[in-house]
Design a protein around this ligand. Structure first.
Ligand code: DUC
Ligand code: ZN
Ligand code: ZN
Ligand code: ZN
Length: 527
């Protein structure tokens, strides 16, 4: 039966080594990894000769079925995960958003949303306000619900943003629970000021989005979050690092030994604004759209089945995300940071790449046709990440194949404390495996992708390397460009607190306390 699979003759790659070996899988678990495994006739045999056999990707940062900016992301837990599997990602960690500030209600809502899952997933929890109730609920989430990370927003003023006093309270609570604090690092007050400036200047098109929140706004918030986490002495994870400014802050802190992890995302590594923004085109498209709406109104009266714009004319709206896609140079700096380890943990060689997959179709993006502040923020990536990172980092000679496994899978599993169940091809690990052909090639296009969106921010991009087979939970779910996914087959992966990032942190606390008590020697001589 198909519950028994033998992958023959491939190069098996883990973060710590690569070897030519067979991999034998039974009932969703990897049973053996060694050369020349002999099996009975009822086993499905896949030939991986000349190909890499690697742990399925783990995307640490996604938003599926996310109610955001007057709409909901076009990909839910089924379509987003189907896209993930077609791109070789077998697990993702999504952000639970509290309901009216309640973590418990938010958790229950996401349990419902995730019922149709076709692959494994875990949860982070966003903290959008702070009080005694939230603080107590955090403890319940960690001790009973399998959540070991909490995200704080320094942006989204008037909505998700919290101030520094409450951020410090949140950091302290995370530390006491052994949970990892995460931050969306943009200065929300500065973004608000930047947006006012754009509107005053009459810049209402999508280019106003990036102009209103420049890299310094990200650098400032990254610096502040890192320094405050250092003051509390708790590990920090900076999500979606998009700029040189933020990379420099993380590098500085890491040199002092602080436990900070930076998460670059696929869009930051693969895109820059020179390929996106053409202000003349934006203006022309807007005028055309306004003219069309006028004629439609006068001649036909508005009707539901007429779209007063062409999706292609709105292509640049699809790139709007926060923090924004930056000028050329930031992408190269992020790539360099990944390959030189600037973003790595100080204890081991830690690094990872996420996506912030948060996709909308062009009709949803057009909610901001007259005002960039209303464009739903977010881009796709859950299906493309594995291919993009291969092409940009491995194919281009910036990292090795073992590094690739580390940054797409293993280190995410370690940070969120699910290694080696996930993130490895070892006996006893979950059978989440991809067969990757480095000699095949691929063109990314909305015509054949598996997201429900009608656009793709990587439209037309060609790259080397292709995920040919995906095995998730011991089932072959992607083969010969065909998906075989079953709603409800994905499992919730509970994550325990106190990952290795917390090792020995109490020694640093003790050192700090004794430094306060140490007698201060003063010189008597001069005043
Ligand atoms: N940024 C996005 O682009 N989308 C989701 C939330 C966020 O911070
Ligand atoms: Zn964010
Ligand atoms: Zn996000
Ligand atoms: Zn695909």
């Amino acid at each position: 039966s198909s519950s028994k699979i033998l992958i023959k003759g491939g190069t098996v790659v883990n973060a710590h080594r690569e070897q030519v070996a067979d991999v034998y899988v039974e009932d969703g678990i990897i049973v053996a990894v060694k050369p020349n495994i002999k099996v009975a006739d009822d086993v499905t045999v896949l030939d991986a000769t000349g190909k890499f056999v690697m742990p399925g990707g783990i995307d640490p940062h996604t938003h599926l079925a996310f109610d955001f900016m007057s709409t909901q992301t076009i990909d839910d837990f089924f379509s987003g995960q189907a896209a993930a599997l077609a791109g070789g990602t077998t697990m993702h960690i999504d952000f639970v958003i509290p309901v009216n500030g309640s973590l418990t209600a938010g958790f229950e809502a996401y349990v419902k949303k995730a019922k149709k899952s076709c692959t494994d997933y875990g949860f982070h929890m966003a903290i959008t306000k702070w009080d005694e109730v939230v603080s107590n609920e955090m403890e319940i989430m960690v001790k009973e619900k399998g959540i070991n990370s909490f995200k704080f927003f320094l942006a989204y003023k008037g909505a998700l943003m919290i101030n520094d006093e409450l951020l410090l309270e949140g950091f302290k609570k995370c530390k006491s629970l052994g949970a990892l604090a995460m931050v969306h690092a943009e200065n929300g007050d500065a973004v608000y000021e930047g947006q006012k400036r754009m509107i005053e200047l009459g810049i209402t098109g999508p280019e106003g989005h990036a102009l209103s929140r420049p890299a310094l706004v990200e650098g400032e918030a990254t610096s502040r979050a890192i320094r405050l986490a250092g003051f509390v002495n708790t590990p920090l994870y900076v999500v979606h690092v998009m700029s040189i400014d933020a990379v420099e802050e993380i590098a500085r802190a890491r040199k002092t030994g602080q436990r900070v992890i930076g998460e670059p995302i696929a869009a930051g590594l693969a895109l820059d604004e020179s390929r996106i923004w053409d202000p003349d085109f934006v203006t022309a498209a807007k005028q055309e759209s306004a003219l069309l709406s006028f004629f439609v109104f006068v001649l036909f009266l508005p009707s539901n089945d007429f779209q007063p714009f062409q999706p292609d004319d709105l292509s640049y709206f699809r790139y709007v995300m926060s923090p924004p896609i930056r000028a050329s140079g930031h992408d190269k700096a992020l790539q360099a940071a990944l390959s030189t380890g600037v973003l790595q943990d100080t204890l081991t060689f830690l690094q990872l790449v996420g996506t912030d997959h948060c996709s909308f179709n062009s009709t949803q993006k057009a909610l901001g046709i007259d005002d960039f502040r209303k464009i739903p923020n977010g881009v796709n990536g859950i299906e493309e990440r594995m291919h993009l990172v291969w092409d940009i980092m491995v194919e281009a000679g910036q990292i090795s194949v073992t590094d690739y496994v580390r940054i797409t899978s293993t280190e995410c599993a370690r940070i969120f404390n699910i290694y080696p169940r996930k993130g490895a091809i070892l006996p006893g690990s979950d059978a989440d495996i991809i067969i990757f052909n480095p000699n095949s090639s691929l063109e990314i296009t909305a015509k054949s992708h598996h997201s429900r969106s009608d656009t793709n921010v990587y439209e037309g991009r060609k790259g080397k390397g292709k995920v040919e087979v995906t095995i998730a939970g011991g089932r072959i779910v992607w083969e010969n460009d065909e998906l075989k996914v079953v709603p409800g087959s994905g499992k919730y992966v509970e994550m325990q607190p106190f990952s290795y990032l917390f090792n020995g942190i109490e020694k640093l606390d003790a050192k700090y306390l004794s430094s306060l008590k140490a007698p201060v020697k003063r010189s008597k001589s001069t005043a």
